[in-house]
Ligand binder design. Structure first.
Ligand code: URP
Ligand code: ZN
Ligand code: ZN
Length: 463
């Protein structure tokens, strides 16, 4: 099957060019002006951009949390991702306490195989660092699961102490992988949260005020310094606060291999969204939403490469029946927000249209940097000859209004309900196959393949 995409403007992270793209089978075969070649199908992209399919390196399909499970499956979540222009996800397999990494990883393969509609990889959440699990890390890197997320938050669940984190970092320095850190001081946060509940402050808003940005800054500095001594790059996930951003900036100015992502919720939503009684539960995530001044600084950080990636931390729970588990005690609200479908358009609208990001920088933070930093360079994240034909014909002028009534995520609300965005994925190809055409779904569960990724520790240590 050969598909010719004609007349579009190719927007890559490093250049913008007017050219046609010929897809042959699963790959991009040819790029050039006015290509005069035979094709089975021609897509008219005039007036549109042709961008590499976006990559979301932080999703949680069916994550167990707070006595329930994140609602999207690999099927519903990746279909929604595709409608939003995302053609690759990297999800977090979970090692529960007492389990081996293998058991956790096998469970995630079983969830995804035959269900995912787009290509997917895994990181591994490590919640039990032992001699055995340290040894298993090397095996996982060989299998293409090259990154390990550890937590200074969620005591009793995913939390690891500094010694455990340091041991995992040392192991990763040897095996060439990457350490991902959820950096908040969970121990101190739990004290404040309990004091709030004891004082009768049980609404979701107090989830936000219990988790001071200072405690994110403190933990961010701590894990960066642990990584410095262990001699390993570190990537801070879902960075939300100026305090944490400044620690990343300081480390990078010192020449340390410290990296970070932020998420749309920290760029577009604020602590105020967590008010309004129990409605605020819709916005409970960790780290929490912050006062508005933090978002302004995150946008600057994104523009200047203090932050390298925007992921979603997609972790959807229905408001009715799931978020409601926390009625009367905000600590019981399952943590996480839906977003896998909205990231590309939100970032285009609030980033490119509003003037914070160039179109190339937008492609960099949603696709090219994720590919490079997570071992997919050359295959994903670029409109280039030989790369997988994961392509989006993007209309940068189309407007639409985000709503739970029309989104494809399997969750009963949207954090961005009623927000108008500019920009929309018109046609989406996954390895050469058109899977989204306007509002029409042409993909299939099981078409997504597991991506064995290359370790990037050495690369990220050098740059
Ligand atoms: O609130 C969040 N972020 N839920 C998902 C789990 C995590 O910490 O990433
Ligand atoms: Zn986290
Ligand atoms: Zn997460």
């Amino acid at each position: 099957m050969r598909t010719l995409i004609k007349g579009g403007t190719i927007v890559n992270a490093d250049a913008t060019t007017s050219a046609d793209v010929l897809v042959d089978g699963e790959r991009i075969a040819l790029i050039g002006s006015d290509l005069d070649v035979e094709a089975d199908r021609t897509i008219d992209a005039s007036g549109k951009w042709v961008i590499p399919g976006a990559i979301d390196v932080h999703t949680h399909m069916e994550l167990p949390f707070g006595g329930t499970f994140a609602k999207d499956t690999f099927e519903t979540g990746t279909r929604a991702a595709a409608f939003g222009g995302t053609t690759t996800i990297i999800d977090f397999a979970v090692q529960a306490k007492g389990q081996s990494l293998r058991e956790g990883l096998d469970a995630w393969h079983a969830k995804a195989e035959g269900k995912a509609c787009v290509d997917y990889g895994f990181h591994m959440i490590m919640s039990d660092v032992t001699d055995d699990t340290l040894a298993e890390m090397d095996t996982l890197v060989d299998e293409g699961v090259t990154d390990f997320k550890l937590f200074t938050a969620y005591p009793g669940v995913f939390y690891s102490d500094d010694g455990a984190i340091f041991r995992a970092m040392q192991q990763t320095a040897r095996n060439g992988g990457l350490i991902l850190m959820h950096a908040e001081n969970g121990m101190a946060i739990d004290v404040v949260a309990a004091q709030n509940v004891d004082a009768g402050n049980t609404d979701p808003y107090y989830h936000g005020t219990s988790r001071s940005p200072v405690m994110e800054g403190e933990a961010t500095n701590r894990v960066i310094r642990l990584a410095q001594v262990a001699g390993v790059p570190v990537y801070i996930v879902h960075l939300s606060a100026i305090d944490a951003l400044n620690e990343v900036r300081r480390a990078r100015d010192e020449g340390l291999p410290a990296y970070a992502e932020t998420c749309p919720q920290y760029l577009f939503l604020t602590l105020e969204d967590m008010g309004n009684g129990f409605e605020g539960a819709k916005f409970v995530c960790s780290p929490p939403l912050r006062p508005a001044e933090h978002a302004g600084e995150l946008w600057k950080g994104l523009a200047k490469d203090d932050l390298q990636v925007v992921s979603t931390d997609h972790c959807p729970f229905d408001f009715h029946g799931q978020k409601e588990l926390g009625k009367g005690d905000f600590r019981k609200v399952p943590n996480g927000l839906p977003g896998v479908e909205d990231r590309v358009n939100l970032l285009h609208s609030g980033g490119v249209v509003d003037g914070y990001l160039t179109p190339n920088r937008w492609v960099e933070v949603i696709s090219a940097a994720p590919a490079r930093m997570f071992g997919l360079e050359g295959r994903k994240g670029v409109v280039g000859i030989g790369a997988d034909a994961d392509l989006v014909v993007y209309d940068p002028t189309a407007k639409h209004t985000i709503s739970a009534k029309s989104h494809h995520m399997d969750v009963d609300y949207s954090c961005y309900e009623g927000r108008e965005v500019t920009g929309r994925a018109d046609i989406v190809l996954s390895r050469g196959k058109v899977i989204v055409d306007g509002d029409e779904w042409l993909g299939a569960a099981g078409d997504g393949r597991f991506l064995k990724r290359a370790p990037t520790g050495d690369l990220l240590s050098r740059t």
